[in-house]
Design a binder for this molecule. Sequence first.
Ligand SMILES: *[C@@H]1O[C@H](CO)[C@@H](O)[C@H](O)[C@H]1NC(C)=O
Ligand SMILES: *[C@@H]1O[C@H](CO)[C@@H](O)[C@H](O)[C@H]1NC(C)=O
Ligand SMILES: *[C@@H]1O[C@H](CO)[C@@H](O)[C@H](O)[C@H]1NC(C)=O
Ligand SMILES: *[C@@H]1O[C@H](CO)[C@@H](O)[C@H](O)[C@H]1NC(C)=O
Ligand SMILES: *[C@@H]1O[C@H](CO)[C@@H](O)[C@H](O)[C@H]1NC(C)=O
Ligand SMILES: *[C@@H]1O[C@H](CO)[C@@H](O)[C@H](O)[C@H]1NC(C)=O
Ligand SMILES: *[C@@H]1O[C@H](CO)[C@@H](O)[C@H](O)[C@H]1NC(C)=O
Ligand SMILES: *[C@@H]1O[C@H](CO)[C@@H](O)[C@H](O)[C@H]1NC(C)=O
Ligand SMILES: *[C@@H]1O[C@H](CO)[C@@H](O)[C@H](O)[C@H]1NC(C)=O
Ligand SMILES: *[C@@H]1O[C@H](CO)[C@@H](O)[C@H](O)[C@H]1NC(C)=O
Ligand SMILES: *[C@@H]1O[C@H](CO)[C@@H](O)[C@H](O)[C@H]1NC(C)=O
Ligand SMILES: *[C@@H]1O[C@H](CO)[C@@H](O)[C@H](O)[C@H]1NC(C)=O
Length: 357
Amino acid sequence: MFASLVLLTLLPAVFGQSWQQYLAGLVQTLNTDGLTTLASASAALNNSNNGQQLAQSLSTGNWTLFAPNNQAFSSSPVNLTSNATSVLDLLSYHVVSGNFTDQTSPYPNITLGRTLLNDSSLVWLEGNESQVLAWSNGSDGLFVLNNGTTVPVVNKTTYQNIQVLVINSVLQIPQNLSDTLANSTYDVTSVAGGLSSINIPTTNSTLLDVLNNAHGITIFAPNNTAIASANCISGLLPNNTALIALFGNHIINGTTVYSPGFTNGNNYTSASGEPFAFKTNSSGVYVSSAGSNWARIMRSDVLTSNGVVHVIDSVLLDTKVNVSAAVSAYQSATSVAASTTIETGPVGVTPTTFAGH
Ligand SMILES: *[C@@H]1O[C@H](CO)[C@@H](O)[C@H](O)[C@H]1NC(C)=O
Ligand SMILES: *[C@@H]1O[C@H](CO)[C@@H](O)[C@H](O)[C@H]1NC(C)=O
Ligand SMILES: *[C@@H]1O[C@H](CO)[C@@H](O)[C@H](O)[C@H]1NC(C)=O
Ligand SMILES: *[C@@H]1O[C@H](CO)[C@@H](O)[C@H](O)[C@H]1NC(C)=O
Ligand SMILES: *[C@@H]1O[C@H](CO)[C@@H](O)[C@H](O)[C@H]1NC(C)=O
Ligand SMILES: *[C@@H]1O[C@H](CO)[C@@H](O)[C@H](O)[C@H]1NC(C)=O
Ligand SMILES: *[C@@H]1O[C@H](CO)[C@@H](O)[C@H](O)[C@H]1NC(C)=O
Ligand SMILES: *[C@@H]1O[C@H](CO)[C@@H](O)[C@H](O)[C@H]1NC(C)=O
Ligand SMILES: *[C@@H]1O[C@H](CO)[C@@H](O)[C@H](O)[C@H]1NC(C)=O
Ligand SMILES: *[C@@H]1O[C@H](CO)[C@@H](O)[C@H](O)[C@H]1NC(C)=O
Ligand SMILES: *[C@@H]1O[C@H](CO)[C@@H](O)[C@H](O)[C@H]1NC(C)=O
Ligand SMILES: *[C@@H]1O[C@H](CO)[C@@H](O)[C@H](O)[C@H]1NC(C)=O
């Protein structure tokens, strides 16, 4: 007992030396590659406990660093000297666990990796998982999907166990769900309006409030044209129960399912208790709810602080409800989330969720 206490007090000093050397080497590599702004932000990791922990994490395992160049920082509103916590959060979001050199699928497939961003004021995924980053491999090389835009990888280098992918924008940490839906970039503002006008009985909250507060949520959001042309919605309008059922069939409750999960081997159950199905053909990937019409997924993997939104081109015409299936899917999602381990490779490729079984 006494011996192990002595060891515990000695260990940090020993680790300290090695990770400090490691960090100094990283800073030097970044400087050599002209990434001087990122280099000084990285050097500043030494100045806080959380920063030191980040440097220590990097020093073992395999990592991919999406490294904004100087031009990226100079055109970003981020002030790297103002708030140490938010700078650390931002840097954490640019670091992905794993080496994806041979593990990035060609576009239109999207690869997602788990970042180091886990600040609970910015991330509310199921099982307290860290936020993800999404990218792909296009005809002109790798690019990150961020904030409705594509950010190309402009250069590459390595430092020990880190694959450094240089980008010319600072990536934006995913926003909360209601801000994301309300953002015209994604063409789903009608869904934001719809969800905020649906009241949940016996509570004083709207469906949007419920979704905003969820830990792990997947939403198939019909785009504005789709909502405008769905006759069924005006038909249901006075009937709150039917609207909750309809929108519930666009939602997976308690599980964040990214596009690699859109395969028929995965059985996902909607928040209304209906089974989702997926199909892929030459024109794209499609989703349906319990044999409803097929909706095409127009834009996948719009990340939010608590889950993901996939924009679809039509409303899923299904107002059926199966309460017990919904409850058991949520319970199963909760227990899966509690036992999830941190991915060091592509997220969502091997099914880890069996909601609905
Ligand atoms: C890092 O990746 C190499 C292959 O590139 C692998 O052999 C090794 O086990 C990985 N290390 C960790 C800690 O995942
Ligand atoms: C960044 O923040 C620091 C500290 O709050 C402040 O002194 C500096 O003027 C800010 N820089 C810019 C460009 O706003
Ligand atoms: C710094 O940023 C964090 C996270 O963004 C925020 O919670 C905190 O209030 C900020 N601190 C100051 C002093 O502005
Ligand atoms: C691309 O995604 C589709 C649909 O999810 C899947 O069927 C296919 O296997 C994926 N291809 C690769 C190379 O990962
Ligand atoms: C995000 O996208 C919006 C709309 O395209 C744009 O106005 C905004 O500047 C972008 N924000 C960042 C941080 O890139
Ligand atoms: C790309 O990175 C290499 C070092 O890895 C550097 O020598 C070169 O100048 C960089 N190119 C550009 C365009 O930044
Ligand atoms: C990443 O993996 C590739 C191929 O497996 C390997 O060549 C490269 O050295 C690895 N990079 C790092 C930084 O470990
Ligand atoms: C859209 O998102 C971007 C970045 O996330 C933000 O700068 C912009 O203000 C948002 N627009 C609205 C209307 O919220
Ligand atoms: C319901 O919410 C409204 C608006 O936030 C508030 O004014 C009202 O007092 C709340 N009612 C109850 C019963 O909580
Ligand atoms: C509202 O919709 C529910 C579910 O679709 C249905 O059972 C109920 O009869 C409807 N109520 C009215 C007043 O139409
Ligand atoms: C998700 O399930 C929980 C627990 O059953 C429930 O409280 C919540 O309202 C559900 N959310 C949705 C959107 O159905
Ligand atoms: C929105 O959906 C309509 C069909 O309802 C489709 O024609 C259109 O291309 C979609 N818009 C975008 C931006 O994907």
